[in-house]
Design a protein around this ligand. Structure first.
Ligand code: FES
Length: 132
């Protein structure tokens, strides 16, 4: 008898959104769950989920570009600026006005007081499961 991955018994608030092997690193899906669009990302082999709703003005954040960001160091004495591209594949940019969010934590890079609501997501028995 062969062993096959099966859907785990799910609670009412749990939803299978994909097979784990369908969502490679750097990929995302946007699932419609209970009338809400939820973006699920595989970043470095870990899954993260957020509402497809930007904390700035409600744009479709999870449809934005997933890339990196620029960090700068400023030497006020020498009046020099050093810029560096970093965090490639971890920063989500909203398609409306470009606000950047750390897709691994939900932290907004533009406004440190702003953070996305993280939605619990896990891989289990070959499935990616979101809990709303
Ligand atoms: S709505 Fe997302 S940056 Fe403005």
């Amino acid at each position: 008898m062969s062993k096959e991955a099966t859907n785990p018994a799910l609670d009412d608030d749990e939803h299978v959104v994909a097979r784990s092997d369908e969502l490679d690193e750097g990929e995302r899906i946007i699932a419609l769950l209970d009338g809400k669009e939820i973006g699920v990302f595989n970043i470095g082999g870990e899954f993260h989920a957020y509402p497809n709703w930007c904390a700035h003005q409600g744009g479709p954040l999870c449809e934005g570009m997933l890339s990196g960001t620029i960090e700068g160091e400023y030497d006020r004495d020498e009046l020099e600026t050093e810029l560096e591209w970093c965090r490639e594949g971890e920063i989500l940019s909203c398609p409306w006005h470009g606000w950047e969010f750390d897709a691994t934590t939900g932290e907004c890079l533009v406004d440190k007081g702003c953070r996305l609501r993280s939605i619990p997501v896990r891989a289990e028995d070959g499935n990616v499961i979101v809990t709303l």
